[in-house]
Design a protein around this ligand. Structure first.
Ligand code: NAD
Length: 328
């Protein structure tokens, strides 16, 4: 939680915050700690109770939470929930309220949410985040924001109370576009880092030596230096707490699927993103749900590959079946 100057009425003083889970809870708490009047609602009573302890006034429903709000903020699991809540909120909010959704959802869903707000006369932003639960608690999130320049300027001060970097990416939906591209890189790089640790181990390298070299070499990346998938080198990574999330496998799978949907919609080939989505789908189906996404290293470790040389590959039944000469 952060110590900041109290909010003044001009700073979107009253906030209706819907979705008080792992991310929304601490974000709403930071706004309350900064002096905003925060009315919150979540379908889960346990989340409401935790938010109440952190200074959020719990409302009976979405209408009650947004009725007096200068800002309506949502932090929900998926696009359908965001649209459901925004449909209720645009009918109940007072004139002039700003709408911000920080959930990670599909680009088309984000554009539909913008249209709902616009048609009801409200300014809106899609503002998904990067930085995880740690960033939500410490108010160090990165916000990737889509919407008009005017709406961005109106929302900027409030986003600064929850984040460190606030980036205007473009028009409606651009924040979500940036988010899924970023997380496609993260999913691909976590799989690559995990494979490299497994290979290094088999080649006789310690995890620490591998980390010391790669973290200062050209393979360096966030998946390695912050979310290191093996225990030891990065004390704060989920690998050191039996892969308790953190960033859950199912959320990574959701983001990789969103990236694939978007790539399909605009006709862009993303073979590595596709492969990462398929690996995470198999890992989730194999019991990975509920673990941190870095636990993919255990899934990959459990799928040993048959040792083979290029010569044996040439002789393998599979390669023979693929041979154009045999097919002819
Ligand atoms: P969460 O499941 O902990 O919280 C979501 C909350 O929304 C839950 O408490 C749920 O009860 C509530 N909810 C669902 N539908 C509702 C409705 N109709 N009305 C009121 N409340 C409703 O999830 P989270 O980890 O807080 O993630 C929220 C969003 O942030 C997701 O879109 C996720 O992809 C994104 N995100 C998460 C992380 C992370 O590290 N957890 C990081 C970046 C982005």
């Amino acid at each position: 939680m952060t110590a900041m100057a109290p909010a003044s009425p001009g700073d979107l003083a009253t906030i209706g915050f819907i979705g008080l889970g792992n991310m929304g809870g601490p974000m709403a708490a930071n706004l309350a700690a900064a002096g905003h009047r925060v009315y919150g609602f979540d379908l889960n009573p346990a989340s409401c109770a935790m938010a109440a302890v952190a200074g959020v006034t719990v409302s009976a429903g979405v209408e009650d939470a947004v009725r007096h709000a200068d800002l309506v903020m949502t932090m929900l699991p998926a696009g359908a929930a965001v649209l459901d809540v925004w449909r209720i909120a645009v009918a109940a909010a007072r004139s002039g309220a700003l709408f911000i959704d920080s959930s990670t959802i599909d680009v088309m869903g984000a554009r539909s949410a913008h249209a709902l707000a616009r048609d009801a006369g409200f300014a809106a932003l899609d503002a998904p985040v990067s930085g995880g639960t740690e960033g939500a608690k410490a108010a160090t999130l990165t916000f990737m924001v889509g919407g008009t320049v005017d709406a961005f300027q109106a929302g900027h001060p409030i986003l600064q109370r929850m984040g460190r970097k606030i980036i205007h990416c473009g028009d409606a939906g651009s924040g979500q576009a940036a988010k899924i591209c970023n997380n496609m890189i993260l999913g691909v790089s976590m799989a690559a880092v995990s494979e490299a640790f497994l290979l290094a181990e088999r080649l006789g390298l310690s995890a620490q030596s591998m980390f010391d070299v790669v973290s200062t070499s050209s393979g360096q990346c966030y998946a390695l230096t912050t979310h290191c998938p093996v225990p030891g080198p990065v004390p704060g990574s989920a690998a050191n707490r039996d892969y308790k999330p953190g960033f859950a496998t199912e959320l990574m799978l959701k983001d990789l699927k969103l990236a694939q949907e978007a790539a399909g919609a605009v006709g862009v080939a993303t073979p590595l993103g596709e492969l990462a989505a398929s690996l995470y789908a198999r890992f989730a189906a194999d019991g990975g749900t509920g673990s941190d996404y870095s636990a993919i290293v255990k899934f990959l470790a459990a799928a040993p590959r048959e040792a083979r040389s290029p010569a044996s590959e040439a002789r393998s039944p599979a390669s023979e079946a693929r041979s154009p000469t045999r097919a002819a």
